[in-house]
Design a protein around this ligand. Structure first.
Ligand code: GDP
Ligand code: MG
Length: 223
């Protein structure tokens, strides 16, 4: 076997086979998790975004199939009844869910999957696949900063912003259910923190399915 080549349990780059990560980002509305998720996706090879289905109306800057799958309530209920969601929940009066097939395909193809979902979804995923979920909670530096971000976005009505602010305090109370906390003061720092978390989690021993085979192949080379 060539020195730099693949051993048992590793690919042609010497990477050891491992299970993919379900990398969950949650936060109160407007704390910046969607932006962090998009940046992670651009910067980290080997990641894919889980695109949720939702019954919420599409915003002008959103694309069907990229930001969400925008579906009717009837379609959503049908998918849920057929077990088509890995998790689903109601948030701000609309239904949101993670299509199961898409995530399973991405994991099977060797990708780590990023989720922009709320605490209810994070809880359900953690119950379904406890070993493979990494939960990151993004906190705003202050509630006034959160409110101004929501208003700056200005895509939602004043009532919606007010409702989301009220809900933010509620959502904040779930920080204790997460593995990592990122305070989003400056976007670049938060993105760097999220990348550091992802890359540290990638090398956890328990994730490697090919570790025994790889180490065995190392020692076989000596004999
Ligand atoms: N449980 C769950 N929550 C989701 C899903 N997709 C989005 N969410 C969450 O629903 C909330 C509202 O999202 P959205 O309507 O895009 O508004 P945002 O608060 O501006 O991001 C956010 O907390 C999302 O993380 C999903 O598939 N499942
Ligand atoms: Mg969002």
């Amino acid at each position: 076997m060539s020195e730099a080549g693949a051993g048992e349990g590793s690919d042609e780059f010497g990477r050891i086979a491992r299970r993919g990560i379900l990398f969950v980002l949650s936060s109160p509305s407007g704390a910046g998790k969607t932006t962090i998720a998009r940046r992670l996706l651009e910067l980290e090879p080997g990641t894919r975004m889980s695109v949720s289905a939702t019954t919420r109306p599409k915003r002008p800057d959103e694309l069907d199939g990229r930001d969400y799958l925008f579906v009717s309530q009837a379609k959503f209920d049908q998918m849920a009844a057929q077990g088509g969601f890995l998790e689903h929940a109601e948030v701000f009066g609309h239904s949101y869910g993670t299509p199961r097939d898409q995530v399973e395909e991405m994991l099977a193809d060797g990708f780590d999957v990023i989720f922009d979902i709320d605490w209810q979804g994070a809880q359900q995923l953690a119950q379904a696949v406890p070993q493979d979920v990494v939960r990151v909670f993004v906190l705003p530096p202050s509630l006034s900063e959160l409110e101004s971000r929501l208003m700056r976005r200005a895509q939602d009505s004043a009532e919606v912003v007010a409702a989301r602010m009220a809900k933010a305090v509620d959502e904040l109370s779930h920080y204790g259910e997460y593995d990592h906390i990122v305070i989003n003061r400056a976007l670049d720092d938060s993105v760097a923190a999220a990348r550091a978390i992802l890359n540290a989690e990638r090398t956890r021993r328990e994730r490697y399915t090919g570790l025994d085979a790889f180490v065995n192949s190392l020692t076989e080379d000596r004999s």
